[in-house]
Write a protein that binds this ligand. Structure first.
Ligand SMILES: [Ca+2]
Length: 467
């Protein structure tokens, strides 16, 4: 019912659409682009230094979601959640190296739904979990029923010949001459380009899974040159920041805490290397956009760009995902669907990655499967400023049965840790956007704390938007 009402309110009146189906010529192609470990350091999200002209172009064609939250800040659990339309508590996937059908044998995944509905579905690169760089080029933990075509191109990764160096504990950097035709991302982009160039009458769903900016930081030298040494500075944390961070949170971040042993100069260089690989990834996105434009299909293609979760660049001395702080729980999400009234705008609405599945299915006129635990964002594509969800939810499972659950509301973030070190965190984003001061430690926050505990306990069903 929900999706039909959304169609009506969106002002689309073609009879075929009211039935939830599009005619053959109306069926859009879908370009579904994932970037790995991509936080919101992108030009279109307001970053002052990062050059991402191609992703910025997708944002100009669509709606940019400034407050999109993954359900689990780790590759495997996040990807299986958003691709199946189920939250981690339903997939029961709380770690990498687990395939969706190991725990949900009868899953109807997003690409599979398109495949079953007449689209030819493709995967190029990393869509489900893949260890990077260890299992690049393999199909481990993939989901064969999702795809008609699935290719994991191999890549040279840290073995690429060039200027190579190490930062801290295991941050490998390679700046190399030339274009990088031996990189997995270049090969995956080529496969997407070829697919759009050779498209016949059948609509296509193209899942393009780019590896960068995931470590190792391997990119052509010209992308490092975009960020001259000395111009990029890592964050400087207040000296007492960690005094009020719970032990469970610190244990969960494991080896990438304590600045990975990097000194100040190495920290700056790590941020610079990350930005270089962001711009390299963005360039691959641009090559695919160019091919779409050339094919004449850009006007009838739904483009979705997402990072699988955020990534710390030194906040709280962390250089990793696996945390329930904003920089790890939040990730970029852009939905560009032709003809939407909100295109070119940003939205401050709280949205969740589990919302992608129902959104893309609705945009293509596919029926909404009953199992989905997300909410279609299509109303936001026409009115990005409309009232929306009251909270977004992210969880993280660490070692020793540590479980963290976090609720982000318009103003606050509340996180509860259970297991051997039970504790709580509460941050006020109005006065403390970097989450440095844990208000759960302050008696004056008791009433607010009680209110936020209720928000977390009532959960996602109570937080859904009224449409
Ligand atoms: Ca702190």
């Amino acid at each position: 019912m929900q999706s039909r009402r959304s169609f009506l309110s969106g002002g689309i009146a073609a009879p075929a659409l009211l039935l939830g189906q599009k005619t053959a010529s109306e069926r859009p192609d879908v370009l579904f682009i994932a970037a790995d470990d991509m936080n919101n350091s992108l030009g279109c999200f307001g970053h002052p230094l990062v050059k991402s002209p191609n992703i910025d172009r997708i944002a100009a064609m669509g709606v940019r979601f400034d407050r999109a939250y993954c359900q689990f800040p780790l590759c495997g659990p996040s990807r299986t959640s958003l691709l199946s339309g189920l939250r981690p508590d339903s997939t029961k996937i709380f770690a990498n190296q687990i395939a969706i059908r190991d725990t949900v044998p009868d899953a109807l995944t997003l690409p599979q739904h398109f495949k079953n509905s007449g689209w030819k579905s493709h995967r190029f690169g990393k869509m489900y979990h893949m260890d990077v760089p260890a299992s690049v080029g393999t199909n481990k933990w993939d989901d064969p029923p999702s795809w008609d075509v699935a290719i994991s191109p191999p890549g040279s990764e840290q073995k690429t010949k060039g200027e190579a160096y190490n930062l801290g504990r295991g941050w490998n950097v390679v700046s190399f001459p030339g274009e990088g035709k031996d990189q997995a991302d270049d090969r995956a982009a080529d496969l997407a380009i070829e697919t759009f160039a050779k498209r016949g009458s059948q609509p296509v769903f193209v899942g393009l899974g780019l590896l960068r900016p995931h470590l190792p930081s391997v990119a052509p030298a010209r992308f490092f040159d975009l960020y001259p040494k000395g111009t990029v500075k890592a964050v400087v944390n207040p000296p007492n920041d960690r005094d009020d961070i719970p032990k469970a949170s610190e244990i969960s971040i494991n080896t990438r805490a304590n600045d990975m042993g990097m000194n100040a100069a190495e920290r700056d260089e790590a941020v610079r290397a990350y930005f270089a690989t962001v711009s390299y990834m963005d360039w691959q996105v641009g090559r695919v956009l160019g091919s779409l434009e050339k094919s004449g299909r850009l006007r009838n293609t739904v483009i979705v760009f997402w990072g699988d979760h955020g990534w710390h660049l030194g906040e709280h001395h962390r250089w990793h995902k696996r945390s329930l702080f904003e920089e790890s729980a939040r990730a970029p999400l852009i939905v560009a669907a032709p003809g939407r009234k909100g295109n070119g705008k940003g939205s401050r609405a709280l949205v969740e990655f589990v919302d992608m599945y129902p959104t893309i299915a609705e945009l293509a006129g596919l029926p909404r499967p009953a199992h989905l635990e997300g909410q279609s964002m299509v109303p936001l594509l026409d009115n990005p400023a409309r009232p929306w969800k009251t909270a977004a939810f992210t969880q993280m499972h660490g070692p020793d049965d540590i479980v963290g659950r976090s609720a982000r509301t318009d103003r606050y973030r509340y996180t509860r840790w259970t297991g051997p070190y039970p504790d709580e965190e509460l941050y006020d984003h109005e006065s403390d956007p970097k989450e440095y001061t844990n208000l759960a430690r302050k008696a004056s926050s008791a009433a607010l704390l009680q209110q936020m505990r209720g928000t977390l306990d009532r959960g996602w069903k109570a937080a859904r938007a009224k449409v």
